[in-house]
Every structure is written in structure tokens, then in C-alpha cells.
Design a protein around this ligand. Structure first.
Ligand code: NAP
Length: 248
């Protein structure tokens, strides 16, 4: 029986790489995206070329109504939801805290934290044996920033990822006896478009010198860790964070 993995923010970067990796692993993929329909459609075509079903689901994960509508569309699929990857995330331009406006904090927390909570709540309602589900796995995207704090760059983003880590551990214990595993991945500096949003693209090359492996990570390397945490190979792993940082 086919199973569906829902990946938020799957139109590019780590989400897109995870969609392709999970398609290779034999899952059908529900690809959520926010704005870039053309990019999401390109990833969906690559998923289908791997022999998996691809369902495109546009939604702003920070919007409770849009998340509910997304899950209602998933409910119409013949295959059950088996996995959720809370990958959609945003960062804002590099700044010190004393230069930041509260509106940016609201957006960073709305997408990164609220979005993950909303999607996880709906996923648990469908996966948990307490709700009649068949079990499943959730993987949340944290960041090494949750531990480093990102001073002078984006402490708000770092704080949102620390919230994700507490939520990962708590939810994992809440639903551990109900067949649902909840884990997190903590990427280091991965070469994706997110760095253009923080104005850090130029600094990436020099950042590599501070990484023990002397290079940035690739989205595919994070996708590999996510795919393992989703898989049956990780059947006794829950409530943990997996670093994918090149040693940083
Ligand atoms: P990215 O290249 O900027 O891609 C972000 C994705 O999220 C896009 O598909 C975007 O969709 C989607 N998205 C943004 N806001 C959304 C919203 N409100 N609702 C639904 N989708 C939304 O990011 P990435 O580098 O792959 O990062 C993915 C995750 O890994 C994030 O949670 C990030 O914080 C985390 N992470 C990344 C790094 C890194 O160095 N890259 C390091 C640590 C952690 P549209 O393009 O359609 O708007």
C-alpha cells in the first residue's frame, strides 16, 4: 500500500531535495509551497518521473484556515498520510535585535513555529492510533542556529528554531505510545536560496572556512537525514535532533 509524505516548503531547497529522496524511497509526495507554483510544478514533475504520485498543495502554513484546507485535500487521497516534514521556514534580513521591528518577529514565528504546530496538530489527528490512524513520523526542521543563537544576524530566527526543538521533544513524548515518532534535523549552513533572503549569500564562501569540513552542506545531504528519520530504519528513534552540519 502506498503512503503519503507531506513536505511543507517543497518548491526548492531542502524541501525539494526531500521530496525527491522520499519519492526514491517509494512514498507518494504531497508538496506544499507558498508562492512559486512554477518551481513546485517542476519538482512535482521530477517526483512523478521517479514513479511516485505528486500532489501540489498551495498554502501559507502560517494561516490556520489554509492549513486545514490543505489537510482536507489530503483526506481525499486514496493513500494514508504517513509522514510530515515541517520544512517551510523563513529568515529575515541580517540585523541586530535593536534594529528589528516586531512585525518581522511575528512573521518568522508565524511561519516557523505556528506553521509547524498547525501542520503537526493536523498530522497527529490523522496518524495517531488514539485517533484511529495507523501511525507515522514527523520530522521538524530546526537549525544549528537554535544552539548558536545567530548574534548580529537573526536571533529571532534562532529563537524560533529553539522553539521547534522544545516542541519536537514534547510532542514526541506525547504521542510515542500512539505509533507516531517525532524527530528534528538541525542543518548547519546549507547552500540554498534562503541565504539571499537574509542578505548572506555573499558571506557564504567565507563561512565555509569556519566549518570543520571546509564546505557548505548540500540540500540532498539534509534530505538523506530526514528520509532516515521518516523510515522504519529509525523505528526506535523519537524525540531526538540529528545534526547535519559538517562538524560545526
Ligand atoms: P528555502 O530555499 O528558502 O526554501 C523555503 C521553502 O519554504 C520554499 O519552498 C518556500 O515556498 C517555502 N515557504 C516559505 N514560506 C512559506 C509559507 N509561509 N508557507 C509554505 N511554504 C513556505 O529554504 P531552505 O534553505 O531549503 O530551508 C528549509 C528549512 O531548513 C527551513 O525551515 C530552514 O529554516 C531550515 N534550515 C536551512 C538552513 C540552510 O542553511 N539552508 C540551515 C538550517 C535550517 P515558495 O518558494 O513557494 O514561497
Amino acid at each position: 500500500m502506498r503512503k503519503i509524505i507531506l513536505i511543507t516548503g517543497a518548491s526548492r531547497g531542502i524541501g525539494a531535495a526531500t521530496a525527491l529522496r522520499c519519492a526514491q524511497a517509494g512514498y507518494d509526495i504531497a508538496l506544499n509551497y507558498h508562492r512559486d507554483a512554477a518551481a513546485a510544478e517542476r519538482i512535482a514533475a521530477q517526483v512523478r518521473a521517479l514513479g511516485a504520485q505528486a500532489l501540489l498543495l498551495q498554502a501559507d502554513v502560517a494561516d490556520p484556515g489554509q492549513v486545514l484546507a490543505l489537510f482536507q485535500r489530503l483526506d481525499q487521497q486514496p493513500a494514508p498520510l504517513w509522514g510530515l516534514v515541517n520544512n517551510a521556514g523563513v529568515v529575515a534580513p541580517k540585523a541586530r535585535l535593536d534594529e528589528m521591528a516586531p512585525e518581522r518577529w511575528q512573521r518568522v514565528f508565524a511561519v516557523n513555529v505556528m506553521g509547524s504546530l498547525l501542520c503537526a496538530r493536523e498530522a497527529v489527528k490523522r496518524m495517531s492510533r488514539a485517533h484511529g490512524g495507523a501511525g507515522g513520523a514527523i520530522v521538524n526542521l530546526s537549525s544549528r542556529a537554535a544552539l548558536l543563537g545567530s548574534p548580529g544576524l537573526y536571533v529571532d530566527y534562532a529563537a524560533s528554531k529553539a522553539a521547534i526543538e522544545a516542541f519536537t521533544v514534547g510532542l514526541a513524548r506525547e504521542v510515542a505510545a500512539e505509533g507516531v515518532r517525532v524527530n528534528g534535523v538541525r542543518p548547519g549552513i546549507i547552500a540554498t536560496d534562503i541565504h539571499a533572503d537574509s542578505g548572506m549569500s555573499e558571506a557564504l564562501a567565507s563561512a565555509a572556512a569556519g566549518i570543520p569540513m571546509q564546505r557548505l552542506g548540500r540540500a540532498e545531504e539534509v534530505a538523506e537525514a530526514i528520509a532516515w528519520l521518516l523510515s522504519e530504519a529509525a523505528s526506535y528513534t523519537t524525540g531526538t535532533m540529528l545534526d547535519v552540519t559538517g562538524g560545526r
